[in-house]
Design a protein around this ligand. Structure first.
Ligand code: 1CP
Length: 354
């Protein structure tokens, strides 16, 4: 495998010293970039881009051509896993993801079986290999998956849902069946992520967008425990280097104290928690990634720079911070504004690493 020319991200995720704070942006490849919209329009739809390794590679590389970022993230989606479980993922134009065959009853759930990921998700591993070749060691490649709970919300609800009525009903009325479904998703996800690592992913992130919609005991049972099973089963070293694992429960707040014990290397933090408080919650046992409010990118260059300065200051001095937004960049952002953010991190972060 090719030598890594910029390993700032991997070092920061392991809380090793770096000369500045590394950064990447959640959803850095995506709809705010005109060149992404062009590729997607030519391909026809989003899943066609995901399923074509050359196109997935092209859109992964696009933000790296524009900005001095310290990581690439695989272009794919968290819903490839339930698609491989047979639920039939599709996107209706202008709408979120949907499933042809949601699973809700004990009998539907008992029929779910861990698929052969090398077959059903082979296109993802092909994309990983293609991207690694194209990156040529420029920056590390992050592989990812959704948490079983977050993926489960789409599987049961049949698409995006604010209130999560059906899955919360299942949690209340038949929790053992829900446990079973989450276990199948966790086992599939473990194989899926290990195959991404095998193909060349150099760090792993698990996105738990909807875990904080649960009360704390339910969070532990339905969100944290299945993530724990994944972390326990992950390949943690490859080519003589540790593969850092980042867990991100959006809106976690004090739940961060529960997440530290999973054995992850880093935790993502959204903008509703101050990084100084997050650092206390985790007692400097893991690295932190975050957490500027994505809305800040709508503001003037001065306000964006101030937002970066405040985020860096709230983490404070020392290793273990990866700069990011608190959630994904939204489609309405002017790409030049992201340039202001990236330059500000390069300029303002070295003073925190003396
Ligand atoms: O229209 C389009 O072009 C599709 C938009 C899009 C994109 C660019 C979707 C559909 N997925 C993605 C890519 C994606 N999704 C990536 C890789 C790109 C990158 O980060 O640069 C990643 C990591 C995701 C993860 C993802 N997908 C999450 C977890 C993170 C988060 O943002 O909370 C979730 C919840 C999804 C589901 C999903 N897929 C797509 C959309 C619009 C959604 C969200 C639907 C919802 O809000 O419920």
């Amino acid at each position: 495998m090719n030598e890594l020319k910029n390993d700032l991200l991997l070092r920061a995720l392991l809380r090793e010293p770096t000369e500045r704070t590394p950064l990447w942006i959640m959803r850095q490849a995506g709809r705010y970039l005109p060149e992404y919209r062009e590729v997607r329009a030519k391909a026809g739809d989003f899943m066609t881009v995901c399923r074509n390794p050359e196109l997935a590679c092209e859109v992964t590389m696009q933000p790296l051509r524009r900005y001095k970022l310290d990581a690439a993230i695989l272009f794919s989606d968290i819903l490839t896993v339930p698609d491989a479980l047979g639920l039939g993922l599709y996107f209706e134009t202008g709408e979120g993801p949907k499933f042809e065959r949601p699973v809700r009853t004990a009998s539907e759930i008992s029929k779910l079986a861990v698929p052969d990921v090398s077959e059903s998700l082979g296109y993802v591993f092909d994309a990983v290999r293609t991207i690694r070749k194209e990156l040529d060691g420029q920056v590390p490649l992050i592989g990812f998956a959704g948490s079983p709970w977050t993926v489960g919300t789409y599987m049961v609800e049949g698409g995006s849902s604010r209130e999560l009525k059906i899955i919360k009903g299942l949690a209340a009325e038949d929790p053992a069946t829900l446990d079973k479904m989450l276990d199948t998703v966790a086992r599939t996800t473990t194989e899926y992520l290990n195959a991404q690592v095998e193909a060349g992913a150099q760090a792993i992130m698990i996105f738990d967008t909807w875990g904080a919609a649960l009360e704390r005991d339910d969070y532990r049972r339905f969100s944290l425990d299945p993530m724990q099973k994944i972390v326990d089963g992950l390949t943690r070293e490859r080519d003589g280097r540790r593969i850092p694992v980042i867990l991100f429960t959006k809106g976690a707040g004090p739940l961060l104290t529960d997440m530290v014990g999973t054995g992850c290397d880093a935790l993502g933090v959204d903008w509703t928690t101050d990084l100084a408080d997050a650092r206390k919650y985790v007692d400097d046992k893991v690295a932190l990634q975050g957490n500027l409010d994505p809305a800040t990118l709508r503001e003037s260059p001065e306000i964006i720079r101030q937002g970066v300065a405040d985020t860096l200051a709230s983490y404070g001095k020392g290793p273990g911070h990866v700069f990011n937004l608190g959630h994904g960049i939204t489609p309405d952002i002017d790409p030049e504004h992201l340039g202001v953010l990236v330059d500000a991190v390069h300029e303002l972060s070295p003073q925190y690493h003396e």
